[in-house]
Design a protein around this ligand. Structure first.
Ligand code: ADP
Ligand code: MG
Length: 421
């Protein structure tokens, strides 16, 4: 913005009225001002947005933010408006053709441009952006690039094309969680050779960790629900089980269920109701998570085993963002892991089936008899090539198995679970 400040603290005060930085914010901004690519791994609610916003203000040009969900974009746009920043726009599926054309023709009016990954792949968008001075490219929820995460978004894998067309702008990748593997993938695909990595320890002192080995899970759950007040999330492993548990609880609690099979607007409505305490409980698959910004979730109950520690940590981390004491309780009943073995086996079979078809008659592979998942693979194969994609898929099968083993080890450890994590 070409304003001169004595210090970053002064700038912070000017734009936000805050008096001090949260951990790592300043370091991240300093690295960006020194034109270094940054990978920042910070838990949700710790203030990642401020990092790209303030750095953006202090750099010349447009800040482009890739964001995976329309609802996340709308939140961010609203937050910027609330701060008095009007030079903000979001390019996503909510805009019609003429609105989109208007935005693209007036890019220099904006300081912050939010883009869905689909939009970021479009030639017209890339073309218009390449005419602009780009201060910073931000990849929010950057773990979406990894096939190993639940939030995998194939379009994220094409973002390097945007980077190339924009002549490798300064890049900030943001995420709340990433395993070593995801970090490496992210770095190779999106960041320059030696990004500076900032990472906060995952330990959250105000979340009490508990694993209960039970023989009657439903009884244990109802007991827990009488003991724990306030808003809570109950995670199940599949959509079917989410709905089944909902049937059992719906007459007693202010409860709804949430999974990827619901329409987008229905999901947004549920999030809003939950945030406004019109719902006490949400029973959900791990589709419920990314971008939830409810600070006072008092407990997270795993009614079924998560498929990996990575997801477990991510899911329990939704509790207690306000810093108040909160509970993370995992209910484990013998054989709970079976569902994951079953799902993994199912994916492997689908992959083998696909391979067999592909090798016999690739030209005949058509949408009519491919599953939803196989169709997604198909799209990705067209971009990546068959061999590379299949290798990745097989690697991911192995990784998933190992992750499940690790999860089980966590369930059965006698050691302090916090230390173990
Ligand atoms: P994240 O993207 O990491 O989940 P957000 O960027 O949405 O988190 O920030 C969460 C909240 O923290 C916001 O309400 C924001 O205003 C607040 N916040 C961020 N940085 C600071 C700070 N330095 N001082 C006080 N509040 C802050
Ligand atoms: Mg965020």
């Amino acid at each position: 913005d070409q304003l001169a400040f004595q210090s970053l603290e002064d700038a912070l005060k000017h734009y936000y009225g805050f008096t001090s930085f949260r951990p790592l914010q300043k370091e991240i901004i300093q690295a960006l001002l020194a034109q270094k690519d940054v990978l920042a791994l910070l838990p949700t609610g710790t203030g990642k947005s401020l990092c790209y916003q303030l750095a953006g203000y202090l750099l010349e040009g447009l800040v482009v933010i890739i964001s995976p969900l329309v609802s996340l974009m709308e939140d961010q746009v609203n937050n910027l408006w609330a701060l008095g920043e009007k030079r903000v726009v979001a390019l996503n599926s909510l805009l019609d053709k003429s609105e989109k054309a208007y935005v693209l023709a007036h890019l220099s009016n904006y300081k912050f441009l939010f883009l869905s990954p689909e939009m970021a792949s479009q030639e017209a968008v890339i073309q218009s952006l390449s005419q602009q001075k780009i201060a910073l490219l931000v990849i929010d929820e950057a773990h979406c690039i990894s096939q190993w995460g639940v939030d995998f978004r194939p379009e994220y894998r094409n973002l390097h094309l945007l980077k190339e067309s924009l002549q490798q702008p300064l890049t900030l990748a943001l995420t709340a969680s990433a395993t070593q593997k995801v970090k490496e993938e992210l770095t190779t695909l999106l960041l320059s050779n030696q990004p500076i990595v900032f990472e906060q320890p995952i330990d959250r002192q105000n979340i009490f960790l508990k694993v209960m080995h039970v023989t009657d899970k439903f009884a244990a759950l109802t007991q827990l629900l009488t003991e724990n007040k306030g808003a809570g999330i109950i995670y199940c492993a599949t959509r079917k089980r989410v709905e089944a548990l909902y049937q059992q609880l719906k007459s007693t609690y202010q409860v709804a269920y949430y999974h990827g099979g619901l329409a987008g607007n229905q999901r947004q409505l549920l999030q809003a109701q939950f945030k406004a305490n019109q719902l006490q409980l949400l029973i959900a698959t791990n589709a419920f998570g990314m971008g939830i910004d409810k600070a006072d979730i008092r407990f997270v109950i795993h009614y079924e085993l998560p498929d990996s520690l990575e997801n477990y940590v991510q899911e329990i981390g939704r509790a207690g963002r306000d810093g108040q004491q909160s509970q993370a309780i995992l209910l484990y009943q013998e054989k709970d892991e079976q569902i994951h073995y079953f799902l993994q086996e199912q994916q492997k079979n689908a992959r083998k089936e696909y391979e067999a078809w592909y090798e016999q008659a690739p030209a005949l592979l058509n949408a009519a008899y491919l599953s939803e998942q196989q169709l997604k693979w198909q799209q990705q194969i067209q971009k990546e090539g068959y061999a590379a994609f299949m290798q990745r898929l097989k690697d991911s099968e192995l990784t998933k198995r190992q992750m499940l083993k690790q999860m089980l080890a966590f369930i059965h450890t006698q050691a302090c679970r916090r230390q173990w994590l």
